[in-house]
Design a protein. Structure first.
Length: 201
């Protein structure tokens, strides 16, 4: 019988060659083929159902997850108990690196917005790998810096642009990052809702 930690992290798939359904993007897209293979060998493939929580805000930063396919929601809870959407993560993106490299608790909750497949790597193994391969550590720093720049930009846009302009920018970013091309148009959803767009704007 699986313990609570295994249930939270999803069903474990027996070790097998890791196959990406599309060309790697996000964090994996910044790595060489050799770096990707050596990193992904550190963990095991887990499958998560839509709505399943991968990481809890305030929880221990004991693993990182590399998304192979699927979409995840990143949220925090405000002091008054309101859930705030910070963004989405998709194929090739890295989850949980901030708490892992800083040895702090989770700063956000991550939930599968669709059925999701990812590689789960123990924090100690991930940190040791970064120490052995400084080029990959630099890529992690690049990802963290990008998240900080995005947060700063959102704060600026909240005061400098109209609501309509912010919504248009968010729609554009989501369409390019996580949408589906249908002819000349981009389809967003159903996993990304109008409420999600409004929250990000």
């Amino acid at each position: 019988m699986a313990n609570d930690g295994q249930q939270r992290r999803g069903a474990v798939q027996p070790a097998a060659p890791v196959l990406l359904e599309t060309s790697p993007g996000g964090f994996l897209g910044l790595l060489t083929d050799h770096q990707r293979r050596s990193l992904l060998k550190l963990g095991a493939v887990h499958r998560y159902s839509r709505g399943q929580v991968l990481m809890y805000e305030g929880g221990p930063a004991d693993v990182v997850v590399v998304i192979l396919d699927g979409l995840a929601r990143v949220t925090v809870v405000s002091e008054d108990g309101k859930e705030i959407l910070l963004g989405f993560r998709g194929s090739g993106d890295l989850l949980g690196e901030m708490g892992t490299v800083s040895s702090t608790s989770r700063s956000a909750t991550v939930t599968a917005a669709t059925d999701l497949r990812g590689i789960v790597i123990r924090a100690a193994s991930f940190v040791a790998y970064l120490e052995r391969v400084p080029q990959v550590a630099n890529r992690v720093s690049y990802i963290l810096a990008g998240k900080l720049r995005a947060a700063n930009r959102r704060r600026l846009e909240s005061t400098a642009y109209s609501a309509m302009a912010r919504v248009a920018r968010v729609l554009s970013e989501i369409a390019v990052g996580y949408g589906h091309r249908e002819g000349l148009a981009w389809r967003i959803g159903p996993e990304i809702t109008q409420a999600d767009v409004a929250s990000l704007a």
